[in-house]
Design a protein around this ligand. Structure first.
Ligand SMILES: [Zn+2]
Length: 310
């Protein structure tokens, strides 16, 4: 099929299968879990980055939710970048070498990732009342869990708070899944849990519990495990890019504080000569970092969480 089946039929059910929205042979799996009672539609996507396996396994488990315990509809697309998943790509869709999460709102006449972004924006996001785009630290990234939301959207921030990770990141960028949904009036969040493509019961459990808390917040389920009683921090993220290619030597661990002007890492050549020292523009703490020794020019090196001026 080239389009998703109806998301509301008035019957409690689980429908699943594959959709081929693009004029190619890539089949994207989906599941629709419709509850017995009416309620909102929550869209959950994963595998925008095909090797962020914690997010994908979390989405696959959500597809098994009992319809009888649900109000409204859960629409799950667990692996958007199917070829990237099988080929273990970092960030990009193998078909065109582009990062799907920079292609929104997409282009119906563009390359594969641009057409996929366009299909999501035009045919999938309008079905949803709320959106969770699960991510999980790609094969070359370590991170401490956080949830991104579009800064201008108070309803998205409420979803991020409900998800329950200790750090919330206000984002202002364009080209992303969340931004495209927000421009259609749909609140959304992008949780990041795990890293280096790893997945396990602990990280999938953390991510699944967050999704359940959002469903409770939306009135879709009666109960969810409460979030750990940690104070939440709301920050913005500063992301320096590599000014040159070489070998990357980070100087700070995940969650470690950094002062303004402090060196957060160096790029060296193979003989140890320092090609670039990266200094933090702001005081904050490390949200994520590149774990690969090899780095290419213009790649993101790390994210520093800095206090949000409200
Ligand atoms: Zn990602």
């Amino acid at each position: 099929m080239t389009t998703l089946p109806p998301i509301r039929t008035g019957q409690a059910r689980t429908a699943f299968g594959y959709v081929r929205p693009l004029a190619d042979d890539v089949e994207i799996p989906f599941a629709i879990v419709e509850g017995a009672e009416p309620g909102p539609c929550l869209l959950v996507t994963a595998g925008v980055h095909g090797s962020e396996y914690c997010s994908i396994e979390t989405a696959l488990r959500l597809m098994k939710l009992e319809p009888e315990m649900l109000k409204g509809t859960l629409l799950v697309l667990p692996i958007l970048n199917v070829q990237g998943f099988h080929k273990r790509s970092i960030y990009v869709m193998p078909q065109d070498g582009k990062n799907l999460n920079r292609m929104f709102p997409g282009d119906p006449e563009g390359t594969t990732s641009q057409r996929l972004a366009h299909w999501l924006t035009s045919s999938v996001y309008p079905l949803a009342d709320a959106y969770i785009d699960l991510h999980g630290g790609d094969l070359d990234e370590g991170l401490a869990p956080f949830t991104i939301y579009p800064r201008a959207c108070a309803r998205s921030r409420a979803l991020a708070e409900a998800f329950g990770l200790p750090v919330i990141v206000a984002s202002g960028g364009a080209g992303y899944t969340l931004d495209s949904a927000f421009k259609l009036g749909i609140p959304g969040i992008l949780p990041e849990v795990s890293g280096n493509g790893l997945w396990g019961e602990d990280t999938v459990g953390t991510m699944s519990a967050g999704v359940h808390r959002v469903m409770k917040h939306l009135g879709m389920i009666a109960d969810a495990e409460p979030a750990p009683a940690e104070p939440m921090q709301v920050v913005t993220m500063w992301v320096p890019k590599a000014p040159v290619g070489g070998l990357w030597y980070p100087a700070k661990n995940l969650s470690e504080p950094v002062a303004e002007g402090e060196v957060v890492g160096e790029i060296r050549d193979v003989f140890g000569k320092v090609l670039a020292s990266i200094r933090s523009e702001k005081a904050g703490f490390i949200l994520y970092r590149l774990t690969s020794l090899a780095v290419n020019q213009d790649e993101a090196l790390l994210g520093v969480g800095t206090a949000l001026a409200e």
